[in-house]
Design a protein around this ligand. Structure first.
Ligand SMILES: C[S@@+](CC[C@H](N)C(=O)[O-])C[C@H]1O[C@@H](n2cnc3c(N)ncnc32)[C@H](O)[C@@H]1O
Length: 281
């Protein structure tokens, strides 16, 4: 399912491979699926979001547009991606045609979109990398955009069990941040849940999966066999990328007991428009 994209057209081009964020390094090497639970958890999230023809969809941080394509297959009434990286936004736009499909360069915490203008909002692998106050702002923005009854899906890294000691949480965050060269602050499942509930969501579903982003079986599932071979070939050819990516995998493996992926969908609380119950106010 993955496609060859010239390296010059990918985010991270021109950055020092030693220092660039891990997700862009993986993208430069040919990886397209950049979320911790892979396509399997993405499909679970999409099934629980139940996107239909009358939905107004907003995606936070679409990255290279992999999930945007699945969402668009469901023919929603509209789709707006909000992506911070201009080069990534350009990649997403390649999949968009028609007047009600756009990808804007912007930040999820302040989209500039109108209140209650969406019925579905989702974002993958983008909250974990935010500081605590930014996480709250982004979830609050999803709540502001959604009509009551609207659905919000997330797909992120999580820590387990729920009572993991703070010292262990901090050690894992530090190790992850050092290896992926971007702040990574995963929460436990109950902390993610509490974050959504505090901002006006009622939990509808939640699924976890192993954090196997860089394990061969998951790589083949996510990228296809050709994409897997291309990725491995690119990594083997590039000593800096090889060292960094093996380093990332070593950290994921050494914390495998405490590190997982989670997707959850929350429903926006609030009064439903009696005239249009399927499209609440
Ligand atoms: C790990 S990648 C995940 C991309 C995509 N969601 C996926 O799962 O494949 C993180 C993405 O979040 C974007 N991003 C990070 N913070 C953001 C923010 N505050 N607003 C919008 N996009 C953001 C990055 O530019 C990048 O595309």
């Amino acid at each position: 399912m993955t496609q060859e994209i010239p390296r010059d057209d990918l985010p991270g081009q021109g950055l020092d491979p030693e220092k660039m964020p891990g997700h862009w390094l993986l993208a430069q090497m040919g990886k397209r699926v950049l979320r911790p639970g892979g396509l399997e958890l993405t499909q679970r999230m999409l099934a629980d979001l139940k996107i239909q023809a009358d939905d107004a969809v907003v995606e936070f941080a679409p990255g290279l547009g992999v999930t945007a394509r699945f969402a668009l297959e469901r023919q929603p009434a509209s789709y707006i991606g909000i992506e911070r990286d201009e080069v990534a936004a350009e990649q997403v736009r390649r999949y968009l045609s028609g007047s009600n499909r756009q990808c804007l360069v912007g930040v999820a915490e302040e989209t500039g979109l109108p209140d209650r203008s969406a019925t579905v909002v989702y974002g993958e692998a983008m909250l974990t990398m935010q500081a605590p106050d930014k996480k709250v702002k982004i979830v609050r923005e999803a709540a502001r955009l959604l009509k009551p009854g609207g659905r919000y899906g997330i797909h992120e890294l999580c820590l387990q069990p729920d009572d993991l000691p703070d010292s262990k949480k901090e050690a894992i965050s530090r190790a992850l941040s050092e290896t992926i060269r971007i702040g990574a602050r995963p929460l436990t499942v109950s902390e993610w849940q509490a974050l959504l509930e505090a901002e006006g969501f009622t939990m509808a579903s939640q699924v976890t999966a192993s954090m196997h982003l860089l394990e061969p079986k998951r790589l083949i599932q996510d990228e296809g066999f050709g994409g897997f071979l291309r990725f491995v070939w690119n990594v083997v050819q590039n000593p800096v990328a090889r060292r960094r990516i093996l380093g990332m995998r070593a950290i994921f493996r050494s914390h495998a007991e405490s590190l997982s992926a989670v997707t959850m969908v929350g429903v926006r609380r609030g009064a439903v428009d009696a005239e249009h119950p399927q499209n609440p106010r």
